[in-house]
Write a protein that binds this ligand. Structure first.
Ligand code: NAD
Ligand code: IPM
Ligand code: MN
Length: 328
């Protein structure tokens, strides 16, 4: 029976995870849910954001469903919940973070490199007080995520835009070389390149021009929140973090722990439920149930809206509507 490690985390994490668990338990699928401590709560109770037992359970799971981590009380502290998130991504080798966005005529997919770049470079302070974060990429790190993006473009509209800062950064110049070379294997995919600043502008001007966007870790983090703003906000933005075939993926909404609304039952669980659909499809191969869950969430959003969508419904109301739409 497939085992899904669930990491509810902090803030609104447990609130939206509860709705995902309700849906997964209601589906007529044999699944084991294996909840584990993770994030700021785990630092407080167990001394680590990613306890060893949690990591071991995740590594041996069929898929990992992760809600959100982060608590304001750890701001400025040396040990932070975010370190656990970066570590589990690195340990599971999930190098490609797929962030789909749909709204009206917009239908795009950001493929964000997830376990390299400035997030994983050297960080520190020099004796004179200067701070540094180093940005490095190897050709292999670029090629594997680019291959994922080309393959996904083939399942869509055959357009791939690689986003970089090659007018300034050496890592971006390598990025462009590697992606261009790999493009020769994918002649059926129309490859183009754009600087990230112009891309940020083009998203605002007309996001319908994009199919698949491929970019490095930090640029992808920023652009995906921007895109989410055009597609109903972070309450709707889902993502899948995947690595080599046969290894468990991490399925995680784009949003964080939203401390400003945590504990009030106001969080929109749609992003988490659409993420659950990505888990069903990419993690378990249950494509039919993934499509049904997507449709149920879309329908539920026409009936009930949390405050981020302009309504007054609660987190659980949306979960109820999704279960009703699924007929479960
Ligand atoms: P955030 O994504 O938590 O919130 C940004 C804004 O979006 C807030 O106004 C919030 O209320 C709103 N929002 C987010 N999710 C929502 C939802 N499901 N329903 C309704 N509104 C929602 O980003 P932030 O405030 O910059 O960060 C808060 C904490 O979360 C920080 O500690 C940060 O490091 C962490 N974080 C974690 C993840 C993750 O776990 N994957 C992602 C991003 C940020
Ligand atoms: C995200 C988040 C994380 C990231 C943080 C919390 C480390 O913003 O998942 O988008 O930057 O990857
Ligand atoms: Mn982010």
């Amino acid at each position: 029976m497939p085992r899904i490690v669930t990491l509810a985390g902090d803030g609104i994490g447990p609130e939206v995870m509860e709705q995902a668990e309700r849906v997964l338990r209601a589906l007529p699928l044999e699944l084991e849910l294996d909840p584990r401590p993770f994030g700021g709560g785990a630092i407080k109770t167990l001394g680590a954001a990613l306890p060893d037992e949690t990591l071991a359970a995740a590594k041996s799971a069929d898929a990992v469903l992760l809600a959100a981590i982060g608590l304001p009380e750890f701001d400025g502290k040396p040990v932070r919940p975010e370190q656990g998130l970066l570590k589990i991504r690195q340990e599971l080798g999930v190098y490609a973070n797929l962030r789909p966005a749909k709204a009206g005529a917009i239908d795009l997919l950001i493929v964000r490199e997830l376990i390299g770049g400035i997030y994983f470079g050297k960080h520190g302070r020099h004796p004179d007080g200067r701070a540094y974060d180093t940005l490095e990429y190897s050709a292999d790190e670029i090629e594997r995520v680019a291959r994922t993006a080309f393959e996904l473009a083939r399942t869509r509209r055959h357009k791939l835009l690689s986003v970089d800062k090659a007018n300034v950064l050496e890592t971006s110049r390598l990025w462009r070389e590697v992606v261009t070379e790999l493009g020769k294997e994918y002649r059926d995919v129309a490859l183009s390149h754009m600087y990230v600043d112009n891309c940020a502008l083009q998203i605002v001007l007309d996001a319908t021009q994009f199919d698949v966007l491929l970019t490095e870790n930090m640029m992808g983090d920023i652009l995906s929140d921007e895109v989410a703003g055009f597609c109903g906000g972070l309450g709707l933005a889902a993502s899948a973090s995947i690595g080599a075939a046969g290894t468990p993926g991490i399925f995680e909404p784009v949003h964080g722990s939203a401390p400003d609304i945590a504990g009030k039952g106001l969080a929109n669980p749609a992003a988490m439920l659409l993420t659950t659909s990505l888990l069903l499809a990419y993690g378990l191969g249950e494509h039919a149930w993934a499509a049904k869950l997507d449709a149920a969430v879309a329908h539920a959003l026409t009936v009930v809206q949390t405050p981020d969508q302009g309504g007054t419904a609660s987190t659980a109301d949306v979960g109820d509507a999704v279960l009703a739409a699924l007929g479960l």
